[in-house]
Design a protein. Sequence first.
Length: 114
Amino acid sequence: MYLITWKEDDSIADFSNDIKYLCNGDPFIPKTNVSYPINYINVFAVDGVPDDISTGRFCYAEPRGFYENADWSKLSAYNIDPVILGRIKDETIEEIQKEVNDVNTETTGTDSPA
């Protein structure tokens, strides 16, 4: 079993029984068709991965082994990172407010609400 972690924080990016390397040295997971930039990740050969381990939520470092990522936060009901979900909400609110203001301007001929 191969384990790929981000050098920045040791969080688990991926794990697979099969790993190949591209000509530039980047590890490639054939099953998911995903490659990782070798300058930003570590690759470990491990005996196995416990069933409860998931990407992002757990970290791995030698000799410590697996441990929970203190910076991990639960994904939303839509499986979206909370930070990204917050940005989507903020942008959506901005767009709706702009549309409401545009409609009010067209209806009243002014920039203030009717």
